[in-house]
Design a protein around this ligand. Sequence first.
Ligand code: PMP
Length: 379
Amino acid sequence: MKNAKTIYLDHAATTKPYDEVVSLYAKIESEHYGNSSSIHGLGIDALSFLHKARELVLKSFNLLKGYKVIFTSGATEANNLAILGYCLKHANRGKHVITSNVEHPSVLECFKHLESLGFKVTYLKVNKDGVVNPEELSKAMTNETILVSLMSTNNEIGSINNIPELTKIVHQYPKAVFHSDTTQSIGKDKVNYSSLDMFVVSGHKIHGLKGSGCLVLKDKIDLEPRVFGGGQEDGLRSGTVAVGLCCSLAKAVSISQLKISAESQRISKIHQQFMVKLENIEGIEFNSNQASSPYILNFSLTKKKASVVVEALSNVGIYVSSVSACNSKREPSSYVVSALGKGEVASHNTIRLSFGEDNTEEDAEIFAREFNKVMESIR
Ligand code: PMP
């Protein structure tokens, strides 16, 4: 039997857009549809909305001075622009770069590409809690290091890197900049954004629209363009600007950043409820811990197949993830859980619950009941 209520526990994969975001998008696209590069009235009108969107993003992070915004299609494109754009522009300064072994594919694949271009890449191993030890970063830095990219919150297990410590180390080297894949922190976990040189936003993770996102970076940083053409977005990303998407993104950033304190406290309580319920269930091993983001709770099944459990839960209207949405179709095993030093069984059978606006403490009770039933019914 299906639950009367659907329980969505996959907010790290994507979120339902806010009504205000959808209506703003529709309004801009229907009433202010000019090309922001046109010099007539309708173009100037669209351009003014684009300016406002850029300002609202910066204001939401308290970065109105010294930072700029390049709108992109999401965090994947923004990570590519930051990492490849920076390294290709400044290869003459040094060819050593650093990242970690639990980054999202949109970061890891950039580093693989850099390796093919002759860069030396250091992949820092995370500790058993899924975070980079600042001492390891210190040891890896050289005078040839030009870029370090370390995520703030991990998308699979919710581990949070010590960004202030890590940036301090990188900034002791004048040639090096610090980029962070902040996709899973925006609007959720508090980050000191002013300590970062570059960071990214994905609209659809914060109740914005799919296809919207941006790179935020210090004014003085020059990048190599990734898309050539008419020179939009500071010449870095040519193509007619989707002003409606940019405005919708700014709206989503502003709402979610404003709610951060109250909402993260509420989510912490929900997280706690789930932990309490799950602790009593046999055959689970936690991959997240108390220091992890309250928005993500990851565990492995020691006796059941995660994909079967995910499907059985889906049949009763409970939506969770196995591995992460980006990887689950490509690779059945989690390289993130494996990086924690867990065995084959654990990394092949992970379940990720990711919480958000529509979850309540009551969901923990329903989840535990249905999860228990599923665990008993499958072999
Ligand atoms: N980085 C992280 C940590 C993510 O979780 C995701 C989304 N799965 C991305 C980057 C890519 O985001 P987008 O879907 O906006 O390209």
